[in-house]
Design a protein around this ligand. Structure first.
Ligand code: ZN
Length: 121
């Protein structure tokens, strides 16, 4: 006698068997469903026939967020000069280290200070 796993056998109503593409258990083919996944803004069929235990419900988090378009720009804008009044942007310490060769300031974390990058001669 053949082992029929999780498939039901009914001699009066024979049904095809099928193997779940994830767990490889034997089921009735009618009990296997196609796995879908978000691609873009719609569900696509992955053509995997899986049992109910292995079926992953596509979650909304895997669906990419469709953002609305940017607003139309205004004609002849007059932005304020708040950014200019705050002064120059603070220097990037890592770029400053590359330019000047000075080591980075010791962080307050107690972690060892990395050595300055040695450029090839
Ligand atoms: Zn399965």
């Amino acid at each position: 006698m053949r082992i029929h796993g999780r498939a039901r056998v009914d001699p009066t109503n024979p049904q095809a068997f099928g193997v779940c593409d994830r767990c490889r258990f034997l089921y009735n083919l009618v009990d296997l469903v196609f796995q879908h996944e978000w691609r873009g803004n719609r569900l696509i069929n992955l053509w995997l026939r899986v049992c109910r235990r292995c079926l992953d419900i596509p979650h909304e988090f895997t669906r990419p967020a469709i953002l609305p378009p940017d607003p139309l720009p205004v004609y002849q804008p007059r932005p304020d000069d708040a950014a200019a009044s705050e002064g120059p942007a603070p220097a990037n310490l890592y770029v400053q280290q590359l330019v000047t060769g000075q080591p980075l300031p010791a962080p307050p974390t107690g972690l060892p200070v990395p050595r300055p990058i040695q450029l090839a001669d």
